[in-house]
Write a protein that binds this ligand. Structure first.
Ligand code: DQA
Length: 148
């Protein structure tokens, strides 16, 4: 099983961003935690981060045919990235949308997600734990362990 773990704009700066919203772990630390879980389950995890929507679109286009699912924190692209949404939709892969912060308790513009309507599910506000829960859910879902 291959899972793509995608992080969008500014998430490379985790650790230096507002810890009240995002926690204090760096993106590397979060990726290592998920990599550990993936190793344990013999899941092939591909990490990708970019600050550019087009690069994320290209990554999805190139990698989706060999992948089973996606975990994505699209950062601000969540709220306006139509080409990102289209590429996720075109991939036909199940994906879980993750946000470190609770986007529903912040500014109005963060409450709109273009991705949520086509996501398998959304996890927001649980800091780095959201990535772990997304991984657990998606791997279970893909194994068809009583969740489908
Ligand atoms: C975020 C929430 C977005 O609104 C914001 O632009 C981010 C991070 C989150 O993880 O809480 O960069 O996706």
């Amino acid at each position: 099983m291959k899972i793509l773990l995608i992080n969008g704009p500014n998430l490379n700066m985790l650790g230096n961003r507002d810890s009240g919203f995002y926690g204090s772990k760096s993106l590397n630390e979060i990726q290592e935690i998920i990599e550990e879980k993936a190793k344990y389950l013999s899941v092939d995890l591909i990490n990708f981060q970019s600050n550019h929507e087009g690069e994320i679109v290209e990554f999805i286009q190139k990698n989706s045919s060999l992948a089973s699912g996606i975990i994505i924190n699209a950062g601000a692209l969540t709220h306006y990235g139509i080409s990102l949404r289209d590429s996720l939709s075109d991939s036909k892969l199940p994906f879980v949308e993750v946000h470190l912060s609770n986007i529903y308790s912040r500014e109005e513009f963060r409450r709109i997600s273009l991705l949520a309507p086509i996501a398998l599910g959304v996890i927001a506000g649980l800091k780095f734990k959201g990535y772990e829960y997304a991984f657990d859910y998606l791997t279970n879902y893909l194994d068809q362990k009583d969740l489908q």
